[in-house]
Design a protein around this ligand. Structure first.
Ligand SMILES: [Zn+2]
Length: 127
């Protein structure tokens, strides 16, 4: 018989020990599921498990999706000015890390930016 439970972190102090709390928790869970099933709420139980599955798998899918997205949004190509190979984001404009030329991505290649005010010039660098 123990009346002092200093090692017990549970504040409710049931005094019956952790093991019995676990058993009671699972019994309650089972009872709740059984009750739901019995009164035709099996879909609720199913959706609960689906929810658990989603909570488990969504981060994994999100992780791989993010990797795929990063791979898709990052392009590797050569600088048209100095032929340095580097990675850059598709969405934005950037500078060549080697020569500092302002560039942007176009059809998986890096092209020089058309200076603002210049109209209708498709930049093709010819050495
Ligand atoms: Zn360059």
């Amino acid at each position: 018989m123990r009346y002092y439970t200093f090692g017990n972190n549970l504040p409710n102090g049931s005094g019956n020990g952790d093991r019995w709390s676990d058993v009671r928790f699972w019994l309650t869970t089972l009872l709740v599921f059984w009750t739901f099933s019995a009164i035709g709420l099996g879909w609720l139980v199913n959706s609960f498990f689906i929810l658990i599955g989603l909570i488990t798998f969504v981060p994994v899918i999100a992780f791989f999706g993010l990797q795929w997205w990063i791979k898709r949004s990052i392009v590797t190509a050569d600088c048209p000015v100095c032929d340095a190979t580097f990675n850059a984001s598709r969405a934005s404009q950037f500078q060549c890390p080697n020569c500092g030329e302002p560039l942007q991505e176009q059809q998986n290649k890096f092209v020089r930016l058309t200076p603002p005010g210049t109209i209708d010039i498709d930049v093709q660098v010819v050495d």
